[in-house]
Every structure is written in C-alpha cells, then in structure tokens.
Design a protein around this ligand. Structure first.
Ligand code: COI
Length: 354
C-alpha cells in the first residue's frame, strides 16, 4: 500500500525516558486520512501538528468521535512489538458502527500504523515500564450545526512515549464507588470508545480526586448495584475460589487487556467467571475474608492493583494494601509477553517489520 510521507524538517528532542508520564509528549509525525463523498482518501504521514477546523465542526458540538488505545514495546533485542493491533482496529470499527461513522479498512490501518511506527521507531522508549502509546481516532469534521451524521471525517494516528498511567505508578490505587452519577446504560454507547463516555466520567472523577481517590468504580445505570468498569480500565475481583470480572452487557467496554487477562488467568488454572457482580457481594465477601485481590486492566493502566474501595463512606482495604500475588503474576506475564521477554503462546504480539 502506498503511503505518501512528508517528513518533518525539524525533529523534536526526545524526552527523558526515566521520567515519562502519560500522554503529554508526541512524536514528530502522524498518520492521516480524510473521508468525503468518495470514501476514505489517501493515507498520508505528515509532520505532527494542529488541525485546521471550522468553528462549526460537528465533532466539537455533537461528539461524533471515536478512538482507540494500544502500545508499541521495545523488546530486549531492540525490535518493536505491537500488542493485538487487529483487535483494536476491529473495536474501532465497532465504535464507528454505533456512532454512524464510516468504518475504516482494518488491514490498511494496520499497514499504515506499521509504516508510521517504522518511521518513528526511535521514539519507542526502552526504560523499564515505558512504551509508545498509539492513539488512533476518527472525528466528524463537517461544518454544520444540524444534528445528523457528518459527511466528512478525519482519521488520524498519533503516538506518545509513556510511562505509568497513574501517578502512583505500580503502587495500588484507591477507588471510589460512584453512587450518584452513571457512565452508561444498556442501549447507550458504553461498549464503545467514544469521547462522550469519557466526558460523562470527568465530574465524578474530579469529586473522587478531591476525596483522595484515583478514579471511580461505575455501577450499572439502572439498579446502581452491579459493578461495571472504572472508565480508564476494566475491573477484576479475586475471591478465594474465582476471579470475577463483570460480563460484557452492552454498557461496559470490551477491553483487549481484559480479554488477555482472562486468557492468561485460565492458562494459570484459575477459574474465571464473567458474570454480574453486585457491589454488595464484593463488600459481603470482603467481610467474610473471601476477597483477596482487586485490580484494573487496560492498555494505559496495564494491570493496576486496587488497595481500597470506598462505598458511600464504607471503606474496605484489600489484601494488606499491597499488590496481590495473582495481580503481580498477571502483570509480569502480560508485560513479559508485551516486552518480548517471555514466550507469547497466544501469538498476540506483532513485529512492526512483519
Ligand atoms: C486506554 O487504556 O488506552 C484508554 O483508552 C484509557 C484512557 C487513557 C482513556
């Protein structure tokens, strides 16, 4: 596939890999394609820079916008791996379907991403726990204030060298169980990665942060009882006899890290149940001493231990406030595969030169 490349004349200085945070620094180039009445146009790599948008650009007013998150990893031999990229482009198209956004060609998108990564490979950091975050996104750019599907869209991929998502790094985070606001309901857009889902989460997140919590745990929008997800990650509960994560019910994001964790835990001989889980069950089983570990999973968050849950002032501490054994094992196994340090039995990683 021919991709036109316009190289940047001035290259940026690379950040200090030891002090990377999340999503603040961007590489020299980005990939772009535009959609009009003739479909998706040429795929171009151009210098990273601002878009020129009409003030009435539809995505700004009505939120017709979807995105993905994946990562590229530097392996010990120096080559660069991407993790399950086909699944991310598939999910991007799933989100597109719900938001009336024209789907992209998944094969072409993967080829274009690999081309972009080959050009930007010096940006993939090698310090421990760092990677190059990949953010594909599509937004409506018709200049039109009527509420309907746009006729024009921009697809882009930008890249950002990152460290840990949470300021706590790998230290366990405290989560507030949200009982006032909801993130999504069945029939809505909860299963998609669309901007509005994240906008809906910000107020509750800010309130939780004021109380000293890193994020909120969303409950279902109808009963306000069943655990859904955290917003930037899916959630897992390790009880004595089972590992439980909420079943995908239409309002929860089908995380690719979530799916990987389920597979890895099963490989380890653990009983994994995807089912409805009430917050009351979590607190009751904690009281009985059955709740051993809680952790989140996501591309950005990787596997992130949770040390405390606060449900309307009722606080439980999980384990002894430290990362649990299974959480650590799953983190080590997943990241070992992603960084190419251990065998990849499920063939999830892809070399960008492949
Ligand atoms: C990801 O894990 O890639 C996400 O999209 C979560 C978040 C940074 C919005």
């Amino acid at each position: 596939m021919a991709i036109e490349i316009t190289k940047s004349t001035v290259l940026k200085e690379k950040p200090d890999a030891e002090h990377l945070t999340f999503g603040r620094v961007f590489t020299d180039h980005m990939l772009i394609s535009e959609y009009d009445e003739n479909g998706w146009g040429e795929w171009r790599i151009i210098p990273y820079g601002p878009f020129s948008l009409d003030p009435s650009c539809m995505a700004l007013h009505y939120g017709q916008s979807v995105f993905e998150g994946m990562k590229a990893y530097r392996t010990p031999s120096g080559k660069i791996n991407i993790f399950r990229p086909k699944d991310n482009f598939k999910r991007l198209n799933l989100s597109c379907g719900r938001l009336c956004i024209p789907r992209i060609d998944e094969e072409k998108a993967l080829e274009a991403l690999k081309e972009l990564l080959r050009l930007e490979q010096d940006w993939v950091p090698s310090a421990p726990d760092t990677s190059l975050y990949i953010r594909p996104f599509i937004f409506a750019d018709d200049a039109n204030l009527g509420v309907k599907a746009s006729q024009h869209y921009i697809f882009a991929i930008i890249l950002s060298p990152v460290g840990a998502y949470y300021k706590e790094g790998l230290k366990p985070v405290k989560i507030y169980v949200e009982d006032e606001y909801v993130r999504a309901v069945k029939g809505g857009m909860g299963f998609t990665k669309t901007a509005g889902n994240y906008a809906a989460s910000i107020l509750a997140g800010e309130i939780a942060e004021e109380k000293g919590y890193s994020q909120v745990l969303w409950l279902d929008g109808i009963h306000r009882e069943y655990v859904e997800e955290v917003g930037s990650m899916n959630i897992f509960f390790k009880f004595q006899d089972e590992l439980v994560t909420p079943a995908l019910n239409g309002s929860i994001l089908g995380g690719i890290t979530r799916a990987s964790i389920i597979e890895l835990a099963k490989d380890m001989g653990i009983t994994v149940n995807e089912r409805a889980l009430s917050i009351q069950e979590v607190f009751d089983r904690h009281a009985k001493g059955e709740l051993e570990e809680v952790f989140g999973s996501g591309t950005a968050a990787v596997v992130s231990p949770v040390c405390e849950l606060n449900k309307h002032g009722e606080i439980i501490t999980i384990g002894n406030g430290e990362m649990g054994k299974l959480t650590q094992k799953l983190y080590d196994t997943l990241t070992g595969i992603q960084w190419g340090k251990i065998e990849d039995p499920h063939h999830w990683t892809m070399d960008i030169e492949e």
